[in-house]
Design a protein around this ligand. Structure first.
Ligand code: PEP
Ligand code: MG
Length: 321
Protein backbone atom coordinates (compact mmCIF):
# COMPACT_ATOMS: atom_id res chain seq x y z
CA UNK A 1 0.00 0.00 0.00
CA UNK A 2 2.66 2.54 1.11
CA UNK A 3 4.87 1.33 -1.73
CA UNK A 4 2.05 1.82 -4.25
CA UNK A 5 1.51 5.37 -2.99
CA UNK A 6 5.22 6.13 -3.30
CA UNK A 7 5.26 4.80 -6.85
CA UNK A 8 2.22 6.88 -7.75
CA UNK A 9 3.83 10.02 -6.28
CA UNK A 10 7.06 9.46 -8.19
CA UNK A 11 5.34 8.84 -11.55
CA UNK A 12 4.96 11.84 -13.85
CA UNK A 13 1.54 13.38 -14.47
CA UNK A 14 0.26 12.54 -17.93
CA UNK A 15 -2.83 14.26 -19.36
CA UNK A 16 -5.56 12.25 -21.11
CA UNK A 17 -3.99 12.79 -24.54
CA UNK A 18 -0.63 11.43 -23.39
CA UNK A 19 0.93 14.84 -22.86
CA UNK A 20 3.43 15.10 -19.96
CA UNK A 21 2.64 17.83 -17.48
CA UNK A 22 5.61 18.50 -15.16
CA UNK A 23 4.99 19.33 -11.51
CA UNK A 24 7.84 21.19 -9.84
CA UNK A 25 8.36 22.35 -6.28
CA UNK A 26 8.36 25.73 -4.57
CA UNK A 27 11.07 25.63 -1.93
CA UNK A 28 12.14 28.23 0.59
CA UNK A 29 14.03 26.07 3.10
CA UNK A 30 16.17 22.93 3.16
CA UNK A 31 13.26 21.08 4.81
CA UNK A 32 10.98 22.09 1.90
CA UNK A 33 13.57 20.80 -0.57
CA UNK A 34 13.89 17.40 1.09
CA UNK A 35 10.17 16.97 1.58
CA UNK A 36 9.17 17.98 -1.95
CA UNK A 37 11.87 15.83 -3.59
CA UNK A 38 10.55 12.87 -1.57
CA UNK A 39 6.99 13.80 -2.60
CA UNK A 40 7.67 13.36 -6.30
CA UNK A 41 8.53 16.89 -7.47
CA UNK A 42 10.35 16.74 -10.82
CA UNK A 43 12.68 19.58 -9.94
CA UNK A 44 12.31 23.05 -8.49
CA UNK A 45 10.20 25.65 -10.30
CA UNK A 46 10.76 28.31 -7.66
CA UNK A 47 13.65 28.37 -5.22
CA UNK A 48 12.99 31.38 -3.01
CA UNK A 49 16.45 32.67 -2.07
CA UNK A 50 15.20 35.18 0.50
CA UNK A 51 15.89 32.74 3.37
CA UNK A 52 19.59 33.46 2.86
CA UNK A 53 19.06 37.09 3.81
CA UNK A 54 15.97 37.29 6.03
CA UNK A 55 16.77 37.49 9.71
CA UNK A 56 20.51 37.45 9.03
CA UNK A 57 22.46 40.02 11.03
CA UNK A 58 25.11 40.19 8.31
CA UNK A 59 24.85 39.52 4.56
CA UNK A 60 25.79 35.98 3.48
CA UNK A 61 28.88 35.97 1.29
CA UNK A 62 29.35 34.08 -1.97
CA UNK A 63 30.65 30.91 -0.29
CA UNK A 64 27.79 30.80 2.22
CA UNK A 65 25.24 31.25 -0.56
CA UNK A 66 26.86 28.58 -2.72
CA UNK A 67 26.88 26.08 0.18
CA UNK A 68 23.24 26.74 1.10
CA UNK A 69 22.00 26.56 -2.50
CA UNK A 70 23.99 23.38 -3.13
CA UNK A 71 22.35 21.72 -0.11
CA UNK A 72 18.89 22.72 -1.31
CA UNK A 73 19.47 21.47 -4.85
CA UNK A 74 21.04 18.20 -3.76
CA UNK A 75 17.80 16.22 -3.09
CA UNK A 76 16.73 16.83 -6.71
CA UNK A 77 19.60 14.90 -8.31
CA UNK A 78 19.84 15.91 -11.96
CA UNK A 79 16.41 17.52 -12.16
CA UNK A 80 16.45 21.22 -13.04
CA UNK A 81 16.42 23.73 -10.18
CA UNK A 82 15.09 27.20 -10.87
CA UNK A 83 16.79 29.74 -8.63
CA UNK A 84 14.84 32.93 -8.29
CA UNK A 85 17.06 35.95 -7.83
CA UNK A 86 16.73 37.60 -4.45
CA UNK A 87 13.23 39.08 -4.10
CA UNK A 88 13.50 41.47 -1.16
CA UNK A 89 11.89 44.83 -0.56
CA UNK A 90 8.11 44.96 -0.43
CA UNK A 91 7.06 42.97 2.62
CA UNK A 92 10.44 41.27 2.92
CA UNK A 93 12.81 43.44 4.90
CA UNK A 94 16.47 42.66 5.37
CA UNK A 95 17.82 44.20 8.56
CA UNK A 96 21.44 43.87 7.41
CA UNK A 97 20.71 46.11 4.39
CA UNK A 98 19.22 49.20 6.05
CA UNK A 99 16.70 49.75 3.28
CA UNK A 100 14.93 53.11 3.26
CA UNK A 101 11.29 53.04 4.35
CA UNK A 102 8.66 53.49 1.66
CA UNK A 103 5.03 54.59 1.88
CA UNK A 104 3.99 51.83 -0.55
CA UNK A 105 6.62 49.06 -0.35
CA UNK A 106 4.74 46.75 -2.73
CA UNK A 107 4.99 49.49 -5.37
CA UNK A 108 8.52 50.40 -4.46
CA UNK A 109 12.04 49.09 -4.74
CA UNK A 110 11.67 45.31 -4.62
CA UNK A 111 12.92 42.31 -6.59
CA UNK A 112 14.89 43.16 -9.70
CA UNK A 113 14.45 46.89 -9.05
CA UNK A 114 16.55 46.57 -5.91
CA UNK A 115 19.10 44.19 -7.41
CA UNK A 116 19.89 46.62 -10.22
CA UNK A 117 20.43 49.64 -7.98
CA UNK A 118 24.11 50.65 -8.13
CA UNK A 119 24.30 50.68 -4.31
CA UNK A 120 23.54 46.92 -4.27
CA UNK A 121 26.04 46.00 -6.99
CA UNK A 122 28.38 44.00 -4.75
CA UNK A 123 25.51 42.07 -3.21
CA UNK A 124 24.09 41.22 -6.65
CA UNK A 125 27.47 40.15 -8.02
CA UNK A 126 28.12 37.83 -5.05
CA UNK A 127 24.63 36.36 -5.49
CA UNK A 128 25.16 35.72 -9.21
CA UNK A 129 28.63 34.29 -8.69
CA UNK A 130 27.24 31.75 -6.18
CA UNK A 131 24.52 30.73 -8.63
CA UNK A 132 26.91 30.47 -11.60
CA UNK A 133 29.32 28.34 -9.60
CA UNK A 134 26.55 25.93 -8.66
CA UNK A 135 25.55 25.84 -12.33
CA UNK A 136 28.96 24.28 -13.04
CA UNK A 137 27.88 21.33 -10.87
CA UNK A 138 24.25 20.68 -11.84
CA UNK A 139 21.39 21.89 -14.10
CA UNK A 140 20.16 25.30 -12.95
CA UNK A 141 17.87 27.94 -14.34
CA UNK A 142 17.72 31.58 -13.26
CA UNK A 143 14.45 33.45 -12.76
CA UNK A 144 14.06 37.21 -12.30
CA UNK A 145 11.38 38.49 -9.89
CA UNK A 146 9.12 41.56 -10.30
CA UNK A 147 9.97 42.27 -13.92
CA UNK A 148 8.06 45.04 -15.67
CA UNK A 149 10.59 46.37 -18.20
CA UNK A 150 12.74 45.03 -21.01
CA UNK A 151 15.60 47.07 -19.50
CA UNK A 152 15.43 44.98 -16.32
CA UNK A 153 16.05 41.77 -18.26
CA UNK A 154 18.90 43.40 -20.17
CA UNK A 155 20.30 44.74 -16.91
CA UNK A 156 20.37 41.26 -15.37
CA UNK A 157 21.92 39.82 -18.53
CA UNK A 158 24.69 42.41 -18.34
CA UNK A 159 25.37 41.67 -14.65
CA UNK A 160 25.39 37.95 -15.42
CA UNK A 161 27.94 38.47 -18.18
CA UNK A 162 30.12 40.47 -15.80
CA UNK A 163 29.94 37.82 -13.09
CA UNK A 164 30.80 35.10 -15.58
CA UNK A 165 33.74 37.01 -17.00
CA UNK A 166 35.12 37.65 -13.54
CA UNK A 167 34.82 33.97 -12.59
CA UNK A 168 36.51 32.89 -15.82
CA UNK A 169 39.33 35.37 -15.32
CA UNK A 170 39.88 33.83 -11.88
CA UNK A 171 39.76 30.31 -13.29
CA UNK A 172 36.66 29.42 -11.26
CA UNK A 173 34.33 26.94 -13.03
CA UNK A 174 30.92 28.41 -13.82
CA UNK A 175 27.94 27.12 -15.76
CA UNK A 176 27.74 27.63 -19.51
CA UNK A 177 24.71 29.48 -20.79
CA UNK A 178 21.90 28.58 -18.44
CA UNK A 179 18.22 29.22 -19.14
CA UNK A 180 17.05 32.67 -18.04
CA UNK A 181 13.39 33.32 -17.27
CA UNK A 182 11.15 35.86 -15.62
CA UNK A 183 8.33 35.88 -13.14
CA UNK A 184 5.21 37.42 -14.62
CA UNK A 185 3.66 39.15 -11.63
CA UNK A 186 3.07 42.75 -12.67
CA UNK A 187 0.32 43.91 -15.05
CA UNK A 188 3.06 45.53 -17.15
CA UNK A 189 4.69 42.13 -17.71
CA UNK A 190 1.31 40.73 -18.79
CA UNK A 191 0.63 43.48 -21.32
CA UNK A 192 4.21 43.30 -22.60
CA UNK A 193 4.42 39.50 -22.48
CA UNK A 194 5.05 39.14 -26.22
CA UNK A 195 7.93 41.62 -26.07
CA UNK A 196 9.46 40.22 -22.87
CA UNK A 197 9.14 36.64 -24.14
CA UNK A 198 11.54 37.36 -26.97
CA UNK A 199 14.30 37.98 -24.41
CA UNK A 200 13.86 34.91 -22.20
CA UNK A 201 13.77 31.11 -22.21
CA UNK A 202 10.77 30.64 -19.92
CA UNK A 203 8.12 32.51 -17.97
CA UNK A 204 6.45 31.66 -14.67
CA UNK A 205 3.36 33.46 -13.45
CA UNK A 206 3.50 34.54 -9.83
CA UNK A 207 -0.22 34.55 -9.19
CA UNK A 208 0.19 35.74 -5.59
CA UNK A 209 1.61 39.07 -6.62
CA UNK A 210 -0.19 39.19 -9.96
CA UNK A 211 -3.54 38.90 -8.17
CA UNK A 212 -2.50 41.62 -5.74
CA UNK A 213 -1.53 43.99 -8.55
CA UNK A 214 -4.42 43.21 -10.92
CA UNK A 215 -7.02 43.59 -8.18
CA UNK A 216 -5.19 46.46 -6.40
CA UNK A 217 -5.69 44.49 -3.17
CA UNK A 218 -2.65 44.05 -0.91
CA UNK A 219 -1.81 40.39 -0.29
CA UNK A 220 -2.05 39.58 3.39
CA UNK A 221 -4.44 42.44 4.13
CA UNK A 222 -7.46 40.62 5.55
CA UNK A 223 -9.73 43.62 4.91
CA UNK A 224 -9.37 43.17 1.13
CA UNK A 225 -8.81 39.41 0.98
CA UNK A 226 -12.17 38.85 -0.74
CA UNK A 227 -10.81 40.80 -3.72
CA UNK A 228 -7.65 38.70 -3.87
CA UNK A 229 -9.04 35.63 -5.57
CA UNK A 230 -6.87 34.32 -8.38
CA UNK A 231 -9.94 32.78 -9.97
CA UNK A 232 -11.40 36.22 -10.64
CA UNK A 233 -11.98 36.47 -14.41
CA UNK A 234 -9.71 39.55 -14.52
CA UNK A 235 -6.77 37.52 -13.17
CA UNK A 236 -7.59 34.62 -15.51
CA UNK A 237 -7.64 37.09 -18.42
CA UNK A 238 -4.16 38.24 -17.38
CA UNK A 239 -2.94 34.62 -17.34
CA UNK A 240 -4.51 34.00 -20.74
CA UNK A 241 -2.92 37.11 -22.23
CA UNK A 242 0.48 36.08 -20.87
CA UNK A 243 0.24 32.65 -22.50
CA UNK A 244 -0.85 34.17 -25.80
CA UNK A 245 2.01 36.67 -25.71
CA UNK A 246 4.54 33.95 -24.94
CA UNK A 247 3.16 31.63 -27.62
CA UNK A 248 4.52 33.81 -30.46
CA UNK A 249 8.18 33.17 -29.68
CA UNK A 250 7.27 29.71 -28.30
CA UNK A 251 8.25 30.42 -24.71
CA UNK A 252 6.78 27.96 -22.16
CA UNK A 253 4.65 29.43 -19.37
CA UNK A 254 4.38 27.95 -15.87
CA UNK A 255 2.48 29.01 -12.75
CA UNK A 256 4.37 29.15 -9.45
CA UNK A 257 1.86 31.08 -7.33
CA UNK A 258 -0.61 29.43 -4.97
CA UNK A 259 -3.22 29.25 -7.73
CA UNK A 260 -1.22 26.38 -9.24
CA UNK A 261 -2.21 24.10 -6.38
CA UNK A 262 -5.81 25.29 -6.11
CA UNK A 263 -7.99 22.29 -7.02
CA UNK A 264 -10.58 24.53 -8.67
CA UNK A 265 -7.93 26.36 -10.68
CA UNK A 266 -5.80 23.47 -12.00
CA UNK A 267 -8.11 22.42 -14.89
CA UNK A 268 -8.64 26.08 -15.82
CA UNK A 269 -4.88 26.71 -15.90
CA UNK A 270 -4.41 23.67 -18.13
CA UNK A 271 -7.17 25.06 -20.36
CA UNK A 272 -5.49 28.46 -20.53
CA UNK A 273 -2.36 26.81 -21.97
CA UNK A 274 -0.12 26.64 -18.90
CA UNK A 275 2.54 23.97 -19.47
CA UNK A 276 3.77 23.17 -15.96
CA UNK A 277 3.15 24.16 -12.36
CA UNK A 278 5.33 24.64 -9.33
CA UNK A 279 3.70 23.96 -5.97
CA UNK A 280 4.43 23.49 -2.28
CA UNK A 281 5.61 20.07 -1.10
CA UNK A 282 2.24 19.07 0.33
CA UNK A 283 0.54 19.79 -3.00
CA UNK A 284 2.83 17.83 -5.32
CA UNK A 285 1.01 14.50 -5.04
CA UNK A 286 -2.58 15.88 -5.02
CA UNK A 287 -1.90 18.14 -8.03
CA UNK A 288 -0.32 15.27 -9.98
CA UNK A 289 -3.31 13.10 -9.16
CA UNK A 290 -5.69 15.80 -10.37
CA UNK A 291 -3.75 16.37 -13.58
CA UNK A 292 -3.74 12.70 -14.54
CA UNK A 293 -6.58 12.13 -16.91
CA UNK A 294 -7.46 15.79 -17.51
CA UNK A 295 -8.32 16.41 -21.14
CA UNK A 296 -6.76 19.58 -22.59
CA UNK A 297 -9.72 20.22 -24.93
CA UNK A 298 -12.30 19.86 -22.19
CA UNK A 299 -10.16 22.12 -19.98
CA UNK A 300 -10.04 24.69 -22.79
CA UNK A 301 -13.83 24.86 -22.83
CA UNK A 302 -13.90 25.17 -19.08
CA UNK A 303 -11.32 28.00 -19.23
CA UNK A 304 -13.35 29.89 -21.84
CA UNK A 305 -16.37 29.59 -19.58
CA UNK A 306 -14.35 30.76 -16.58
CA UNK A 307 -13.14 33.83 -18.47
CA UNK A 308 -16.75 34.80 -19.21
CA UNK A 309 -17.95 34.67 -15.60
CA UNK A 310 -18.72 37.94 -13.88
CA UNK A 311 -17.63 36.90 -10.39
CA UNK A 312 -14.79 34.79 -8.98
CA UNK A 313 -17.31 32.77 -6.96
CA UNK A 314 -18.73 31.27 -10.13
CA UNK A 315 -15.34 29.62 -10.72
CA UNK A 316 -15.28 28.28 -7.19
CA UNK A 317 -18.03 25.76 -7.73
CA UNK A 318 -16.83 22.18 -7.67
CA UNK A 319 -15.43 20.83 -10.89
CA UNK A 320 -16.15 17.36 -12.15
CA UNK A 321 -14.00 16.61 -15.21
C1 PEP B 1 4.05 34.98 -6.46
O1 PEP B 1 4.12 36.20 -6.34
O2 PEP B 1 3.03 34.37 -6.87
C2 PEP B 1 5.21 34.13 -6.12
C3 PEP B 1 5.24 32.85 -6.45
O3 PEP B 1 6.25 34.69 -5.47
P1 PEP B 1 6.21 35.16 -3.93
O4 PEP B 1 4.99 34.53 -3.30
O5 PEP B 1 7.49 34.68 -3.34
O6 PEP B 1 6.13 36.65 -4.04
MG1 MG C 1 5.95 37.27 -6.07
Amino acid sequence: EAEALRREAAAPAVLAGGELFPVYANVATLADARLSAASGAEGVGLLRTEFLFLGASSLPDEEAQLAALRDMAEPFGNHPVTVRLLDIGGDKEVSALDLPGEANPFLGVRGVRLLLQPRHRDLFQAHLRAILRLAAERPLRIMIPMVSLVEEIRGVQAELALAREALRAQGVPCGGSLPLGIMVETPAAVFAAATLARLVDFMSIGTNDLTQYVMAAERGNAAVSALGDGLHPAVLAAISQTVQGANGPGVPVSVCGELGSDAQAVPILVGLGIQSVSVNAASVAPVKRQLRGLCRDRCRELAQEALRQDVAGANRRSFAP
